[in-house]
Design a protein around this ligand. Structure first.
Ligand code: G4P
Length: 526
């Protein structure tokens, strides 16, 4: 098969959602449709249960599950689908942000009872940075949820994207009767069932047909006629190009747990979702069709067992064909790397692969050479963009409890940061070291792993910080002057970039107003 054919048959995407909206349930149904699993309940939630968070073995077990489900590959109607899992626990949001750099589109699940929640908003901001195409699945229609018009307005407003419903619900909760597919004008009647795989759709060519009243009742039928007229009047026709540019999100309604509306969405997904797209490197744009291989590491999973220090680096292939055992240029590293142990993830199984193509995610067994953001190529020195660090939300100072183990501590911290567990800042004055995360849980993970893997003891002292802002200026003199005058608040990140540690939102605003020449960035890539 030619490289172009391989590329065209791939779709690499992630499902994103606020915890509990139904991401795991939807994932499972998609795998059932793809024939990748046979029974419901086979996909374990990757949620780390807060109740068990002090039980480290439990967390380790759960991390094990999340490796197994990191990438789920399956075939559906001749399309090779790579579904990337994102951590369910919001403390690991940074991991999710990075996973989004490795996909070409996303499906966003929204709970119809709760509407757009905070985590959904944050994830959407990340999608917008790269204009990632989004399909919305409004879930749990079998429950009494919010009014569908209200939900659509909320998506538009809070997620700052235009929506275009492609299906429309008939009733909700106890009176939920099904959805009308606005795209192919078919009616899908609701029967609660967790096992059903084929949706029986009734074709209704003309909504005025009295058959509709017989099928769903007169009042719901009239309501549907009104709704459809209104929708077709208010929303412009669905334009795939606008979806692909990340400007319009098609919306589907359904109930994942009942396997309802999932098939329709999946069929639309394989028709409209983008095949592997080009990626921007600092040097140039890299096209998937290029014959030479290139890819970048977006996630590293370490084995917490100190006797088995191997790690799996997850690499997204951007161009060309990857071949096992072939030496590749490790752009940041001193020598070429060759991988004999390369896996791909087919649903629940891992299998050794000899070759892989753009859009594929491969797992490389690594002994510590690779870090997040690293590129592998067939010779060229490329630095892929779009794998930024985001400003953390919780900051704590690292207190070394055992001066004899300072070296181990530094090594441990460096490696954990390379895996992307958290971020690390060093103040210019006094050399104070600060770890920043998006969630409390990471501090416990870091403390535990430093102790067990590196034999280093740390404590974390809370710090009153609001944000870490990367700073730059076109005027070097002004930047130097700013750094001098704010020296107590200036730190360096792991790549030695200048960072301003802001203590409060109001204070940051004041500093921004006072120094208009200085640019403040909330991600490390600007
Ligand atoms: P997440 O991965 O996004 O966090 O969500 P997950 O799929 O685990 O779903 C969260 C809860 O919502 C689960 O219930 C799940 O069964 C339920 N759910 C998912 N889809 C639907 C739906 O369409 N309708 C209804 N009514 N519920 C749905 P749970 O009680 O937390 O777990 P379980 O014991 O049911 O598995």
């Amino acid at each position: 098969m030619s490289l172009t054919t391989e590329i065209q048959k791939r779709r690499t995407f992630a499902i994103i959602a606020h915890p509990d909206a139904g991401k795991t349930t939807l994932t499972e149904k998609l795998l059932l449709f793809g024939g990748a699993i046979q029974t419901a309940g086979a996909v374990k939630s990757n949620k780390i249960d807060v109740a068990t968070k002090s039980d480290w073995m439990e967390i380790e077990k759960q991390r094990g599950i999340s490796v197994a489900t990191s990438v789920m590959g399956f075939e559906y109607k001749g399309v090779k689908i790579n579904l990337l899992d994102t951590p369910g626990h919001q403390d690991f949001a940074e991991d999710t942000y990075r996973t989004l750099t490795a996909v070409d589109s996303v499906i966003m699940v929204i709970d119809c009872v709760k509407g757009v929640e905070i985590q959904t908003e944050k994830l959407m901001e990340v999608c917008r940075m790269r204009n990632t195409p989004v399909i919305c699945f409004i879930n749990k229609l079998d429950r009494e949820g919010r009014d569908p018009y209200e939900l659509l307005d909320e998506v538009e407003e809070k997620l700052n994207i235009q929506v275009r419903p492609l299906s429309w619900p008939i009733g909700m909760g106890k009176s939920f009767k099904g959805v009308y597919n606005l795209f192919d004008k078919k009616l899908n009647l609701f029967t609660p069932s967790q096992r059903k795989l084929s949706d029986d759709r009734t074709v209704i060519e003309n909504l005025d047909d009295a058959e509709l009243d017989t099928l769903i009742g007169q009042n719901p039928a009239n309501q549907l006629r009104e709704d459809v007229e209104l929708i077709e009047g208010v929303y412009p026709d669905f334009d795939v190009k606008e979806y692909l540019e990340g400007r319009v999100a098609p919306v589907f309604f359904g109930s994942a747990v009942n396997n309802f509306g999932v098939n329709e969405m999946l069929d639309t997904f394989i028709n409209i979702a983008p095949a592997p797209k080009s990626r921007n490197a600092e040097e140039r744009e890299v096209l998937p069709e290029e014959s030479k291989f290139s890819g970048f590491v977006f996630k590293i999973h370490a084995n917490m067992d100190p006797n088995h220090r191997n790690r799996i680096a997850f690499l997204r292939i951007c161009s060309g064909k990857f071949e096992r055992n072939k030496p590749y240029n490790h752009v940041r590293g001193p020598k070429p790397l060759r991988f004999s142990n390369v896996t791909q993830f087919m649903a629940q199984d891992r299998e050794i692969v000899d070759e892989a193509f753009p859009g594929d995610i491969i797992g490389l067994y690594d002994t510590g050479n690779l870090k997040i953001g690293d590129a592998l190529t067939e010779g060229e020195n490329l630095t892929f963009k779009g794998i930024p660090s985001f400003s953390p939300e919780i900051f704590k100072e690292v207190i070394n409890k055992d001066a004899m183990k300072t070296k181990q501590l530094e090594k441990g911290l460096k490696q954990l940061m390379e895996e992307g567990v958290a971020q690390y800042f060093t103040y210019e004055m006094g050399n104070r070291k600060v770890v920043g995360t998006v969630g409390q849980l990471q501090f416990e993970v870091i403390q535990f792993r430093l102790k067990h893997e590196y034999n280093a003891s740390v404590e974390f002292a809370p710090m009153n910080l609001y944000k870490a802002c990367w700073i730059s200026s076109k005027d070097k003199k002004q930047l130097d002057e700013f750094v001098r005058s704010k020296s107590r608040h200036i730190a360096r990140d792991k790549d030695d970039k200048l960072v301003f540690m802001a203590e409060s939102r109001a204070w940051l605003q004041m500093v921004q107003d006072n120094y208009p020449e200085i640019e403040f960035h909330f991600t490390s890539e600007y």
